[in-house]
Design a protein around this ligand. Structure first.
Ligand SMILES: Nc1ncnc2c1ncn2[C@@H]1O[C@H](COP(=O)(O)OP(=O)(O)OP(=O)(O)O)[C@@H](O)[C@H]1O
Length: 507
């Protein structure tokens, strides 16, 4: 068999946890190979080993049949292996060309030929249909385009094996389709791809084979065309997944959040949200649907106090909170699961238990007369971590940075729900989570509603908005298109409203 890369019997242990335990993955030339596994299963660790960022404790790596030691990423590059990380490594005020040359020509101390490099980048971009402008500045291009720059960086270095670590997590549905097209074109040109994703639909749409790992061990490699999504999910979590959200009809109570003609600016004098009105009641989940960048973050940041309001009012439990500080808003009962967990949600160098009490460490019973009660903090944190199944090497004392991305996300969700806020604002709560965890988080959001709280759910996943929310407000270009009851609408109808077509105007 013609394998370009083989990872055989790979083991990697971190303090307190075996991240990879005898894993085998074989990549055929010209295939798109998906790597699937629960949060913390060991996917990123395995790929970091292939890219030379970690050394395995045991096991063999072969590239084109020859056993190799990949001592560092430079060696990986020389062997034709490239990787796009979850968090891009681009300098925002540099151009595309400068970024691609950085760490290549620049490191080698070669005399720079920017023009020549830009020309080659343009050719590569054309050949692989990436549509990237070599002279654009990173800060001026979309996240999807930035990802293409990362792909170009690999191609510029003649990579033959491309590793993409959760590339679709940051993309809009449209960009995901484009990326799948790009991947298909790349393999036609002889490249081979390993892609990490939690989305079974994407695996079905793009991959030829899929290797499933669970808790550091290989479960198996399957042909995607003949394996159902259900089957892959079961291999991954080791139990049946329903893919359905069970919920009773909502029983809306008093108005918890009342937004009246709210206008928020994106930049100076550029409105992001325009005269937006909405009520969210106790005992209901209201979803916000829209194509990314249509006012969702302006809305969330205005309610949580991160952004100044131009005009209009925000009433929470009957009083206007526009002038309240962020901390006062949290104390009065507004919980927030933020979109960017690394920037806003967690302090990565703190331990997990410190992060679990970030908003409440100065209250009883966690501190008294300025002295922290460490055992109370620990038992509180351990409670959250166990009910939300947050997996880490050293339990509540693990440094948060060492957790896998999905486990960091589960920790934030657990922390915010545990505070039992009267209003919970959940922004993309299940981004980066495996199907088992998504099922659990949806259940907890509904339980939170059933306790008589209000939930505002902002998500780009139409399935999620439709299945979890009771009502949905649709945003287009910063304006409310309509508010609909989810049981009375369809995905198609919602799609049209997201494009700005009101219900009554649809044909
Ligand atoms: N540098 C590190 N130090 C200590 N533990 C680590 C380190 N890197 C990863 N781990 C642990 O190894 C396990 C596997 O993590 P990894 O990031 O490989 O999982 P993953 O499958 O990529 O998860 P996700 O889907 O959530 O991104 C996790 O329990 C994580 O906490």
């Amino acid at each position: 068999m013609d394998y370009v890369v083989e990872m055989l019997g790979i083991r990697k242990e971190f303090t307190g946890i075996v991240a990879n335990d005898d894993i085998t993955l074989q990549l055929k030339k010209g295939e798109i190979h998906a790597l699937l596994g629960e949060n913390g299963a060991g996917k990123s660790t395995l790929m970091s080993i292939l890219f030379g960022m970690y050394q395995p404790d045991r096991g063999v790596i072969k590239v084109k049949g020859a056993e190799t030691k990949i001592a560092n990423p430079n060696v990986a590059n020389k062997l034709g292996i490239g990787m796009v990380h979850q968090h891009f490594k681009l300098v925002s005020n540099f151009t595309v060309t400068e970024n691609i040359m950085l760490g290549n020509e620049l490191r080698k101390g070669v005399v720079l030929d920017l023009k020549g490099a830009a020309k080659r980048i343009e050719e590569l971009s054309k050949r692989y249909r990436l549509n990237v402008d070599p002279y654009a500045k990173i800060e001026d291009i979309s996240v999807g385009m930035q990802q293409r720059v990362e792909i170009l960086k690999m191609l510029y270095r003649d990579a033959e094996v491309l590793i993409l670590d959760e590339p679709t997590a940051v993309l809009t549905p449209q960009e995901i389709q484009e990326l799948i097209g790009i991947m298909q074109h790349l393999i036609q040109e002889g490249k081979s791809i390993i892609i990490i994703t939690h989305k079974l639909k994407e695996i079905k749409a793009a991959a030829h084979r899929c290797t499933v790992i669970r808790r550091g061990k290989t479960i198996g490699t399957v042909d995607v065309a003949t394996t159902s999504e259900q089957k892959m999910a079961e291999m991954m979590v080791g139990r049946q997944i329903t893919f359905k959200v069970d919920k009773a009809p909502s029983k809306p109570g008093e108005v918890v959040l009342k937004l009246d003609k709210l206008t928020v600016n994106k930049a100076k004098n550029v409105p992001g949200l325009k005269s937006f009105s909405l009520e969210v009641r106790a005992g209901e989940i209201v979803g916000i649907a829209g194509v990314e960048g249509n006012g969702q973050s302006d809305l969330v940041e205005a309610i949580t106090g991160l952004r100044k309001v131009e005009s209009g009012s925000i009433e929470f439990k009957g009083s206007d909170i526009v002038e309240l500080s962020i901390r006062k808003r949290i104390e009065s009962g507004i919980g927030h699961i933020p979109e960017d967990r690394q920037k806003r949600g967690l302090v990565l160098d703190y331990t997990l238990e410190e992060n679990m009490v970030l908003e409440i460490y100065n209250r009883e019973p966690f501190s008294r007369s300025g002295i922290l009660n460490k055992s109370k903090i620990r038992s509180y944190a351990e409670g959250i971590l166990s009910s939300f199944d947050v997996r880490s090497g050293q339990g509540s004392t693990s440094v948060t940075r060492s957790l896998s991305g999905g486990n960091q996300q589960k920790a934030i969700i657990g922390r915010e729900i545990e505070l039992n806020p009267k209003l919970l604002i959940a922004v993309q709560p299940t981004r980066g989570l495996d199907v088992g965890s998504i099922e659990y988080i949806h259940k907890r959001l509904i339980e939170h509603r059933d306790k008589g709280n209000a939930v505002l759910l902002v998500s780009l996943e139409l399935d999620e908005v439709l299945n979890v929310s009771d009502r949905v407000a649709i945003l287009n270009n910063g304006e409310l298109v309509d508010t609909v009851i989810t049981a009375e609408t369809t995905e198609n109808e919602m799609g049209l409203m997201m494009a700005g077509v009101k219900r009554g105007d649809q044909v």
